[in-house]
Design a protein around this ligand. Structure first.
Ligand code: RRO
Length: 318
């Protein structure tokens, strides 16, 4: 008798919300309009995450503001979005796709953030909020996540009004004391998840033929995503997995373009994965492809669920 082997499960739970599959879109690429969100809804993505919303509509930075390279991307979009209400109003349509809808919020100050988060309190079709502490592209505005006291103050205000599960989107950190300082801030609040990492801020890509930068805003400086972001993303996933309270889920994003990249993120501790640059490059087919590749790897290794290897990265001892 042959025993039929069921496919390895990619299901996961983030912020107490069940996802049929742990792979979905990163906030940023192709998630700013209803049409784009519907494409994600119809795809194999495990959730629908919106572009970071501000209180009002924003045009964003001047074009060209996104550039793809062989190894990834640089962007200085400048938070172009339809305004918070648009994403709140999309919630029933997202629910019709049968998968959790998460709204990314990126207010221009404390009050904007609390207003948006308060307004979402009773939206039963929104599963969670991802508070963006890390947009690198607003001229003259530092990334909140690099200012630990500002982050603490913002979270104090936010947790006075929030009713939905709330997580934070973090910038990449590079220094061990900085990981510890941010973990100390986050561990003071009942956050549900931490998404690691946003793009690596203020890189520079050059067109050597033209001897010119490749994007217009900020003299060509922009956030780096793709292959080069992966080692930094893995380090951030790993560090926050070990430093944050046990009930905080880690969502990995940065350089995931195939099943093995996804496997590495989970090994470091990610309970869900977001795809940014590769989604922009390939479109929504990337979710099913990466999921299938991850399942193949799990089959080869004898894993039937992601919990069997999540966070189980070994080190080599001292
Ligand atoms: O819109 C952007 O320029 C942008 C945002 Br809000 C962000 O969080 N990360 C990024 O790379 N670009």
């Amino acid at each position: 008798m042959t025993v039929s082997q069921s496919a390895p499960s990619l299901s996961t739970t983030i912020a107490g919300i069940s996802l049929e599959t742990c792979i979905y879109n990163a906030s940023g690429p192709l998630c700013a309009t209803e049409e784009e969100l519907d494409v994600i809804g119809k795809s194999a993505a495990g959730a629908i995450l919106s572009k970071s919303a501000t209180l009002e509509y924003r045009e964003g930075n001047p074009q060209p503001r996104y550039y793809e390279t062989s190894w990834g991307s640089i962007n200085s979009m400048g938070l172009p979005n339809e305004g918070f209400e648009y994403y709140a109003n999309y919630a029933p349509k997202a629910a019709a796709h049968g998968k959790p809808y998460i709204i990314s919020v990126s207010g221009m100050g404390y009050d904007d953030n609390t207003k948006m988060i308060e307004a979402l309190a009773d939206n039963e079709n929104v599963a969670a909020i991802e508070l963006n502490l890390s947009c690198p592209n607003i001229p003259g505005k530092p990334q909140a996540g690099y200012d630990f006291e500002q982050s603490r103050t913002l979270l104090e205000k936010v947790f006075e009004v929030v009713r939905l599960p709330l997580g934070v989107k973090l910038p990449p950190y590079f220094d061990i004391p900085h990981f510890e300082m941010m973990a100390d801030v986050l561990n003071s609040f009942p956050i549900s998840f931490a998404t690691c990492i946003n793009s690596i801020g203020n890189g520079l890509v050059i067109d050597t033929e033209k001897e010119c930068v490749v994007i217009r805003p900020k003299q060509g400086f922009g956030g780096i995503g793709g292959d080069f972001a992966k080692p930094t993303a893995l380090a951030n996933v790993r560090k926050f997995y070990t430093l944050l309270k046990d009930d905080v889920d880690i969502i990995g994003v940065g350089g995931i373009k195939n099943g093995m990249d996804a496997f590495e993120h989970i090994l470091c501790g990610a309970g869900a994965l977001q795809i940014g640059t590769q989604f922009m490059r390939e479109g929504a087919d990337c979710f099913a492809r990466i999921a299938n590749e991850l399942q193949d790897i799990m089959r080869q290794k004898g894993y039937s669920s992601i919990d069997e290897f999540k966070g189980k990265l070994k080190d080599m001892g001292e």
